[in-house]
Design a binder for this molecule. Structure first.
Ligand code: URA
Length: 481
């Protein structure tokens, strides 16, 4: 049966365990109705929906309705597993040479503000002898996407075929690419629609989206950075832990050695937010410099992965290997090679990776306007809230409100103060980079609300990582060891 034959616009039929219309065919409106009314979907219904999405046989309204039904009613673990499998097999599963067995690894984050970890981490893993075929995403809601950040580098091509990925992995060891017609096409469609239908923060949809990409990558080990806090998709540690358990459980059942790190996302990661500004900060991290919290996450996530795939005997040893790759320049050289392999001209990649700050800025280009805001009172910085900051930048053009909308890579913010530091009334605390629309009084007001000051002594900020969930062992993986 072809999809166009099988997809019916019929009115919903009576409640039953499957979702056929009177002709006995599965029916999309009936599948939506079942989920809307809180019923569990069967595997063939999930398959039918995902395959129809993949073939672009549904209207955006039907997909949006299904996403909202899943967002409101949730899914049982067996439905989430089926969703992940169907999304993964909506395209090709990548194939790799036997000699890379056990070396293919990846990391994925549930999304944050200023979260640029993948840019330094991926090449650092290659410097530690791993291969990383990362399929990543664009910004979701107010969170920034790795692909959007990389596209602020002129010439960088995120769309690569499986054959090109293999070639790049052979030559360089890593690539960072987008979903495509060949790679998790169902996620490409669902991801873009979730972004504009207020359905991003759904545990089954996040699990399906992240894990389908990782299954398609055909990797051995995965570490997940699951964020919690006021600017994360899940605000509390408990809710983020549930998401982490769902991700680890699906990964394990699909035979990926999966660990999760729970990290705080109340304030932005690092001191720069916005696509091209985050590339600049990533380059600092790749030079062994840059903000401590960024380095902490890069080394912890990388160290966990090196331990998972047996390239380090312990987590501290893994962390030290990643730190060395950042400090000795091997990760930076790999990043430069990856940029070139993905389309960036050699002199542009060189200016970015071996150039001065000024040369880097010439490549990435500054926004036309910058404005510094000053502290309205004195005090010690308790927190810099990422959410109002991200929402303001989104409104200034850093994010999308419509599917496929162009974004402005130069819009962003630089924090000029750190948590725990004392600031004086009238001293600058943030620099906003913008173009059109211009920064408004409402933006200034909401940004000022992000700086939380108190009359207390200066203090050292807490670490970002609060907990690591180590992999559950799948019986088949245990046998392989
Ligand atoms: N990253 C993804 O790929 N998907 C999500 O849903 C969230 C973060």
């Amino acid at each position: 049966m072809s999809f166009s034959e099988g997809i019916s616009d019929s009115a919903p039929g009576p409640t039953s365990s499957a979702a056929p219309n009177p002709s006995g065919r599965l029916s999309i409106p009936e599948i939506i109705r079942k989920k809307r009314d809180g019923e569990n979907l069967q595997q063939d219904e999930i398959r039918y929906f995902v395959q129809a999405v993949t073939r672009r046989a549904l209207q955006d309204g039907q997909i949006g309705a299904m996403l909202m039904a899943i967002r409101l009613q949730g899914m049982e673990p067996n439905e989430i597993l089926a969703l992940t499998r169907e999304m993964a097999t909506s395209g090709r599963i990548l194939e790799w040479p036997e000699k890379w067995r056990g070396l293919l690894v990846d990391k994925h984050s549930t999304g944050g503000v200023g979260d640029k970890v993948s840019l330094p981490l991926v090449p650092a893993l290659v410097a530690c002898d791993c291969k990383v075929p990362m399929i990543s995403g664009r910004g979701l809601g107010y969170t920034g996407g790795t692909l959007d950040k990389l596209e602020s580098v002129p010439g960088f091509v995120v769309s690569q075929s499986p054959e090109q990925m293999k070639h790049i992995l052979e030559a360089v060891g890593c690539c960072i690419v987008e979903q495509s017609q060949e790679l998790v096409p169902a996620d490409k469609v669902l991801y873009a629609l979730r972004d504009v239908t207020a359905t991003v923060d759904s545990l089954p949809l996040i699990t399906g989206s992240i894990m389908s990409k990782k299954v398609a990558e055909n990797i051995s080990a995965l570490v997940l950075d699951v964020k919690f806090g006021s600017a994360a998709l899940y605000p509390t540690l408990e809710s983020a832990q549930q998401l982490a358990q769902s991700l680890v459980s699906v990964g394990t059942q699909l035979k990926i050695n999966t660990a999760a790190v729970l990290s705080r996302m109340d304030g932005p990661l690092g001191r720069r937010v916005g696509h091209s500004l985050e590339v600049l900060e990533s380059l600092e991290c790749l030079e062994g410099r840059g903000p401590e919290d960024l380095r902490e996450l890069v080394t912890t996530l990388g160290g966990t992965l090196l331990w998972q795939c047996g390239r380090a005997g312990s987590l501290p040893e893994g962390t030290a290997h990643i730190a060395r790759a950042l400090d000795n320049g091997t990760a930076l050289r790999t990043f430069q090679a990856m940029l070139q392999a993905q389309g960036v001209e050699a002199d542009v990649a060189r200016a970015l990776c071996a150039g001065t700050e000024e040369q880097r800025l010439q490549v990435l280009r500054r926004a036309q306007a910058q404005e510094e805001l000053v502290a309205q009172r004195g005090g010690t910085v308790q927190q810099i809230l990422a959410l109002p900051l991200a929402r303001t930048l989104h409104g200034l053009g850093a994010g999308r409100t419509q599917k496929g909308q162009a974004i402005n890579h130069r819009v962003g913010a630089e924090l000029l103060v750190s948590v725990g530091q004392r600031v004086r009334k009238g001293s600058p605390w943030i620099r906003i980079h913008y173009e059109s629309p211009a920064l408004s009084d409402a933006d200034r007001h909401s940004l000022q609300g992000a700086l939380i000051l108190e009359d207390s002594e200066p203090f050292a900020p807490s670490l970002k990582v609060v907990k690591t969930i180590l992999p559950q062992t799948h019986p088949e993986m245990a046998r392989r060891k």
